[in-house]
Design a protein around this ligand. Structure first.
Ligand code: ATP
Length: 116
């Protein structure tokens, strides 16, 4: 049980670090607040909230994984290396794909309600 709480506290400190230091994470958090407010004002069904919550959780988690990849790459080399570039660009590409998919799903959910 002690080990579990220790692991939890390390994970929590990762989230606090992202909140304090990661510019992109803060941007996604701002986007989250805007989407939640828009959802409250628009009025979403349970299943629509379920979808939005999964997208938000996935986006914030993926952004943190991207930051972790950047850190690990920077730890391995300070030189310009093709593999380092690939690793960072692949991780950033994963975030971009998820962001585009989330935006498209968001538009599919919100736009028909706004113009109904
Ligand atoms: N060691 C390296 N070797 C080769 N290319 C690199 C290396 N480090 C970074 N790059 C390239 O430069 C880009 C920017 O790198 P940087 O470390 O600033 O990441 P970033 O994505 O801008 O980070 P942040 O999200 O914190 O702004 C990377 O996406 C990658 O294409």
């Amino acid at each position: 049980m002690y080990t579990f709480f220790k692991a939890f506290s390390y994970a929590w400190s990762g989230i606090v670090h992202a909140l304090k230091n990661e510019r992109n994470f803060k941007f996604h958090l701002l986007a989250t607040i805007i989407v939640v407010l828009a959802g409250l004002l628009t009025g979403l069904s349970s299943i629509e909230w379920f979808i939005i919550i999964i997208l938000i959780g996935g986006m914030l988690s993926l952004e943190m994984m991207n930051s972790a990849v950047e850190r690990v790459v920077d730890l391995t080399t300070t030189e310009q290396r093709p593999l380092a570039k690939q690793a960072k660009d692949l991780a950033a590409g994963a975030v971009l794909i998820y962001a585009i998919v989330s935006a498209v799903i968001g538009l599919i959910l919100f736009v028909p309600k706004w113009f109904n």
